[in-house]
Ligand binder design. Structure first.
Ligand code: AKG
Ligand code: FE2
Length: 275
């Protein structure tokens, strides 16, 4: 039985099914203008506290069977060996390390508020409108459509540029320290890869130096914040988690084509299994 979206999101602030609502119109206008100017928009207090609590419980229940992955990668998400044609400290050759647990879509209960939200046509329509797209579909993959990433102490998602044009995430639990989502807006553009800036950020991070002077911004995410981020040209990371409280974040995947499934390589890499 489909649950009412009003029990899951703060419908007073985000009346996502009321296309005529001036409140919704304002939400849409603000999000679109922030995405245009900064490549990121935060919808604070999107999920209700009761739905957050239940989604965390559902995640914790699935955690023992979730896949834990550790990957060495470049900021461009290439894995493995250095490119010997380039200098040793070229941005491409500075290795980053990421580790986290990933709860796959088929491990999230159908009646979990998070899953109910993701599966609701109203939510897909809302995201489509925010992103100004003609069409938008949920990813059809049984593992990859909706994921929950769980970061334990010292886990991080190191610097990278996304392969996809946009990402939709929802923070469920913030850690006691660290675990910050950090990014440099428009680090690179179609005309310039900004290799020097990228290298500086990577080296300063490894040296534990202050990153604000390099243009690194911190997104202030609270539990319940829905984030839309365009990360193809803005390098970003989740800094190492400090303390025993996990960082728990849902990734809601959408595509501009129907019936998109992940390939076998991606399934093995992110879920450790093919089905
Ligand atoms: O966990 C986050 O806040 C960001 C995740 C991210 O950048 C990614 O999955 O590519
Ligand atoms: Fe990313």
């Amino acid at each position: 039985m489909a649950s009412d979206i009003r029990n899951i999101i703060d419908y007073t602030r985000y009346p996502i099914s009321e296309s005529e609502s001036p409140i919704l119109q304002e939400v849409i206008n603000r999000a679109r203008s922030e995405l245009k100017d900064n490549g990121i928009t935060l919808l604070r207090g999107f999920m209700l506290p009761s739905a957050i609590r239940q989604s965390i419980l559902d995640t914790e229940e699935a955690l023992p069977i979730a896949f834990r992955g550790t990957v060495d990668h470049s900021v461009y998400l290439e894995e493995g060996k250095e490119n010997s044609v380039l200098e040793k400290d070229h941005a491409r050759n500075i290795l980053c390390r990421s580790s986290k647990c990933c709860v796959a879509h088929d491990q999230i209960k159908t009646n979990s508020p998070l899953n109910q939200l993701y599966m609701s046509p109203e939510m897909t329509e809302f995201v489509r409108i925010l992103l100004h797209r003609d069409v938008l579909y949920r990813t059809a993959d049984p593992l990859g459509a909706l994921n929950v990433h769980v970061y334990r102490e010292n886990d991080q998602l190191d610097w990278h540029f996304d392969r996809g044009k946009f990402a939709v995430t929802l923070l469920l639990q913030a850690p006691a320290g660290g675990g910050c989502f950090q990014y440099i807006p428009s680090t690179r553009s179609d005309g310039s890869e900004s290799h020097d800036l990228v290298r500086e950020v990577l080296l300063a991070t490894k040296a534990g130096q202050d990153l604000t002077a390099l243009g690194v911004k911190d997104a202030d995410l609270q539990p319940g914040t829905l984030v839309i981020f365009c990360g193809q040209n803005s390098m970003h990371r989740v800094s190492p988690v400090e303390g025993k409280k996990f960082r728990i974040l849902a990734v809601l995947s959408y595509e501009q084509k129907a019936d998109v499934h992940l390939n076998e390589y991606t399934r093995m890499k992110f879920y450790g299994r093919l089905k």
